[in-house]
Design a binder for this molecule. Structure first.
Ligand SMILES: Nc1ncnc2c1ncn2[C@@H]1O[C@H](COP(=O)(O)OP(=O)(O)OP(=O)(O)O)[C@@H](O)[C@H]1O
Ligand SMILES: [Mg+2]
Length: 314
């Protein structure tokens, strides 16, 4: 069996009497971008800080490429590149000198060629000899990634990497992460920005109040239910409702406007409705399916959790 890029088992953190991270388990496959999603204060940063040993675990096990945090710490850390808090740079030094400084502290030897290679990789090669104080936020972010990649890690861990980036910067960053994943680097990324994670991740977990409450591929989460909501634009929604009322397959008709109604139906029923409307002299101007966003799914999942736990907030 292939070894997972990252394996987290029963990770737990107790501070005082509070369980900040509660029995969290997940794994990240090679070349996969895995998202940790959750509202502010859910425990994402705490999970990441435990994985990279910035803080102690209360319980649980972490391994990277088969190297266990207990016993093979050095081997494990040499596989990880991370940006946890905003990386600190010397603003009056060039990007290159900052990278050189990090290279000197790296767990593995880093050649000057490698420094230029990562600079090219994050598209900073043109600006690499400029002082960091002249860099934009996006450029600093990329310098952070360059620094995390210096020692050729197989796993990149990024805590809220797009904080403060503009939409263009976020998009570039996303493309860039996809390119890295394509080269076989695995990525663990945390965020509370759902729309962004939807585009960035292959799989994701939702963390809420320290607990992992959902894990799935993005594709699975976005798959539509058997029934979908469809909006019809017609010459008369009232006439359409009269025609469709007796149809067993058509449930929950909602009139949205004089010329618009919605139904919750299976795919095959959409064309049945269309034919019925036309044969009853109702003009159909448009049929559109309501697409589901990760935000909708996220709210569904978290609301379900509240219902199943009787709404108890711990
Ligand atoms: N050293 C600490 N002492 C006490 N409580 C802490 C400590 N560190 C974190 N916490 C608490 O643990 C919870 C989780 O914090 P954490 O920073 O991991 O959340 P997060 O999911 O990263 O949130 P955000 O999206 O705001 O970054 C919060 O309620 C926080 O107040
Ligand atoms: Mg955080």
């Amino acid at each position: 069996m292939a070894v997972n890029a990252l394996e987290v088992r029963s990770l737990t953190k107790v501070i005082g009497k509070k369980k900040i991270v509660d029995d969290v388990s997940f794994s990240v496959n090679r070349g996969e971008i895995f998202g940790l999603l959750g509202p502010n204060g859910a425990g994402k940063t705490t999970i990441i800080r435990m994985i990279v040993s910035l803080i102690k675990r209360t319980d649980g096990a972490v391994s990277v490429n088969g190297h266990n945090l207990d016993g093979q710490f050095k081997e494990m850390m040499s596989e990880i590149g991370a940006i946890v808090e905003n990386p600190e740079f010397y603003k009056y030094m060039s990007g290159y000198k900052n990278l050189k400084h990090y290279a000197n502290m790296a767990i593995k030897e880093v050649s000057d060629e490698r420094i230029m290679e990562v600079a090219r990789l994050v598209k900073l090669d043109d600006a690499i000899h400029q002082k960091v104080k002249t860099y934009s936020l996006g450029m600093r972010q990329r310098l952070g990634v360059a620094q995390a990649l210096l020692h050729n890690p197989s796993l990149l861990i990024l805590d809220e990497p797009t904080n403060g980036l503009d939409p263009q910067g976020i998009r570039e960053f996303r493309d860039y992460l996809h390119a890295l994943a394509h080269e076989g680097i695995s990525v663990l990324v945390s965020s509370h920005l759902l729309a962004e994670m939807q585009l960035m991740c292959d799989r994701f977990a939702i963390i809420e109040k320290g607990k992992l409450i959902h894990i799935s591929s993005m594709k699975e989460a976005m798959e539509e239910d058997e029934k979908t909501e469809v909006i019809f634009e017609v010459s008369s929604s009232q006439k359409a409702v009269d025609v469709l009322k007796g149809q067993a397959a058509v449930s929950s008709i909602k009139v949205l406007a004089d010329d618009q109604f919605s139904v919750h139906v299976e795919k095959a029923t959409i064309s049945t409705i269309n034919k019925l409307l036309i044969s009853n002299d109702i003009d159909v101007y448009g049929i559109s399916r309501v697409t589901v966003s990760l935000e909708d799914r996220f709210l569904e999942i978290t609301n379900k959790e509240v219902r199943e736990n009787g709404g108890v907030v711990q």
